[in-house]
Design a protein around this ligand. Structure first.
Ligand SMILES: NC(=O)c1ccc[n+]([C@@H]2O[C@H](COP(=O)([O-])OP(=O)(O)OC[C@H]3O[C@@H](n4cnc5c(N)ncnc54)[C@H](O)[C@@H]3O)[C@@H](O)[C@H]2O)c1
Length: 323
């Protein structure tokens, strides 16, 4: 198949492109390199089945001439922890509208990256695809991201109803692994690993008792590929995540990473940073997926435990130092 990936030089996009090419598909990747990098796609840039277009997707003409069977739309702004809520709200809507227009015009399937953040602070754990959405007040800017993705999901479903847009919506739960962004943009793993390498205190936002269920990127990619190719994925929403029993508190994640790097006898250095230091922030206390639907309908089964995934990620981050 011919597949367009928006955000192809980013974390998930580059891993997906590598995997699809390995399986013999043709990939056109688009990225403006605002968060991604050419380094992420250096191993595939000369692959004859890969075309990379460095461009901003806000320029709709970028997509015009590309022949394809499906678009995996990953390019996006994320939680505006340090960045702008306005950018998140505007950009995510603009990019999606351009992608939807292309899909309807060329009759392509849209495989869209949504997020577990849309479940918000719903206290009923675990989250299945039909769980309630419980967000905080609109005065707290972090919710701009979840709201942009909820709007996106509704927009896609409405376009399905009126224009027969074929889609699959994927709600990712904290993906990590090689090619992750090395700042907070990429999630906690990369920054915790850097601190542990240099024997400096790991900085944890809040009290560290908040929990997450992290997914190694190969398992995220496995889920995306099921959403591209499996007929049962048609016009459905899926959580893509690790097993719910991999839930871990952020403090325990920091300690685990520290000990994997500095040895089990070494005492982890942790520094707690109050949320107030970066504005009116509100964290989600627990985030646990229910992956029954994707297991049953798409035969998905995550492979990597958190420990195995972290070991591979640490190895990758160590290899960057030798370059
Ligand atoms: N990584 C996760 O754990 C996670 C969790 C939930 C949802 N998601 C979603 O998955 C998708 C991919 O996430 P990621 O972690 O790979 O992010 P990422 O930032 O590494 O990748 C996104 C890529 O899109 C590119 N991009 C952004 N705006 C663009 C524009 N206007 N034109 C062209 N390219 C543009 C960036 O340069 C970047 O390379 C996003 O939609 C994100 O919201 C990710």
């Amino acid at each position: 198949m011919n597949i367009i990936i928006t955000g192809a030089a980013g974390f998930i996009g580059s891993n997906l492109a590598m995997s699809l090419l390995k399986k013999g598909h043709k990939v056109t990747g688009i990225d403006n390199l605002s968060y991604g990098s050419l380094e992420n796609i250096s191993s595939i840039v000369n692959n004859r089945n890969f075309v990379f277009i460095e461009a901003d997707l806000k320029n709709a003409s970028v997509l015009e001439q590309i022949k394809s069977d499906a678009i995996v739309h990953l390019a996006s702004q994320k939680i505006p922890r340090y960045s702008s809520a306005l950018l998140t709200l505007n950009e995510n809507a603009i990019l999606l509208k351009i992608v939807i227009a292309k899909c309807i015009n060329d009759k392509l399937k849209l495989v869209f990256a949504s997020t577990s953040d849309i479940y918000g602070r719903n206290p009923s754990i675990p989250y299945s695809e039909i769980s309630e959405i419980v967000l905080g007040p609109t005065t707290v800017k972090r919710w701009a991201y979840a709201i942009s993705k909820i709007y996106a999901e509704q927009l896609i479903i409405a376009n399905n109803a009126e224009f027969d847009l074929e889609y699959t919506i994927m709600r990712f739960f904290g993906s990590y692994g090689p090619n992750q962004n090395l700042t907070w943009w990429g999630g906690p793993q990369s920054v915790f690993i850097e601190k542990a390498f240099s024997n400096e205190a790991i900085e944890i936002h809040g009290d560290g008792k908040q929990t997450r269920t992290f997914t190694y990127v190969d398992d995220t990619v496995l889920g995306i590929e099921k959403c591209i190719f499996e007929p049962n994925s048609r016009n459905e929403i899926f959580n893509i995540a690790n097993e719910p029993d991999e839930e871990i508190s952020i403090t325990d994640l920091g300690v685990k990473i520290w000990k994997l790097i500095n040895g089990s006898e070494s005492e982890a250095k942790i520094n707690y940073i109050p949320y107030s230091s970066f504005g009116n922030y509100e964290d989600v206390r627990r985030r646990v997926p229910d992956i029954t639907k994707i297991k049953n309908l798409l035969n998905y089964s995550p492979v990597f435990s958190l420990t195995d995934g972290l070991k591979k990620t640490i190895e990758w981050q160590k290899s960057l130092k030798k370059k």
